[in-house]
Design a protein around this ligand. Structure first.
Ligand code: MG
Length: 306
């Protein structure tokens, strides 16, 4: 690990001169990080090791939470405190409640998904997830497979009715996603530059859509990344977008104005807010989990503690 650099910009969000510090260094490729308030711990996927890790902040101890997990990726808390996660290998969204894993949604239109990558619970309680091809085309993150419905969509699953809809169809390879605090906008990372395919343009940008229930309209490019591709992202309580990038975490206002950067010496895959007051930013960056004290938090944490 090379020397850490202090944050750039982020006035009012992070103390000037602050530096992210390592929490755990035992992964090959850490992804899908979530903070679990009940145990004051972090849980994340170590995708190439096909395992799930957990770190207890109180003791500073990390352990393997589960092995042979069929390549879990993105992860989030549901409103009841259970953990929702994506599985590349099982090509589904699943729920972990106290270590018991059950399927939530496994198919759409009678065919399997590609390899669900990341997910979030919308303000209306529905589960939104992205379905790029990485787990069926890259051997270290899943099993070889076909695109059964022939594309890569963003889906919305309503657990109350069991209905699954394709909500966004025009992102080449949707990856991380997050809602604005009021739920009126959804941000979706397009990381299609990862595959470098001749069949598409190869994007490294975040798209934004107006949301009305299951309908998404007025799709536009929110930002084009300066370094690397966008993977996981989060929106803070004031609507600022904190996105993973090739050289750290980049932060943009809701208007798309760059507010600053948290430099990280490894590729960042995902991030989450958490800790005692919800204001600690945890960053899953390849081999290392970092933390950085901020002055803000995730609106989802506020909702859950309400
Ligand atoms: Mg991802």
């Amino acid at each position: 690990m090379s020397a850490m650099s202090p944050v750039v910009g982020l006035k009012g969000l992070v103390e000037a001169g602050a530096v992210a510090e390592p929490v755990d260094q035992g992964s090959i490729w850490a992804e899908g990080i979530v903070y679990l308030p009940g145990t004051d711990s972090l849980r994340w996927s170590d995708i190439p090791n096909n395992r799930i890790m957990q770190h207890y902040l109180g003791t500073g101890v990390s352990s393997i939470y589960a092995s042979h997990v069929e390549f879990t990726n993105g992860r989030t808390l549901d409103r009841d405190g259970s953990v929702l996660q994506c599985s590349h290998g099982r090509r589904r969204i699943e729920r972990d409640r106290d270590g018991v894993v059950t399927p939530v949604v496994e198919s759409w239109g009678g065919v399997p998904f590609n390899s669900p990558n990341d997910l979030v619970v919308a303000p209306d309680g529905t589960i939104w997830f992205t379905d790029p091809p990485y787990g069926i085309i890259f051997p270290r993150e899943g099993h070889p497979g076909k695109r059964e419905y022939g594309d890569h969509y963003v889906f919305r699953h309503d657990t109350a009715t069991g209905e699954t809809r394709a909500a966004i169809l025009d992102v080449e390879e949707p990856n991380g996603l997050a809602f604005s605090p009021d739920g009126s906008t959804v941000y979706v990372a397009d990381s299609s530059a990862l595959t470098g395919s001749a069949e598409h343009s190869g994007n490294a940008r975040i798209r934004a859509y107006d949301v009305d229930g299951a309908r998404c309209k007025n799709g536009r490019t929110f930002v084009t990344m300066e370094v690397g591709v966008p993977d996981g992202l989060r929106v803070d309580m004031n609507g600022n977008v904190w996105t993973s990038a090739g050289d750290g975490v980049h932060v943009y206002s809701a208007e798309g104005i760059k507010l600053g950067t948290v430099p990280i010496p490894e590729t960042v895959a995902n991030l989450c807010f958490g800790g005692d007051d919800g204001r600690m930013l945890f960053i899953a960056a390849s081999t290392t989990i970092y933390r950085l004290q901020t002055a803000t938090t995730d609106v989802n944490l506020i909702r859950q503690s309400a």
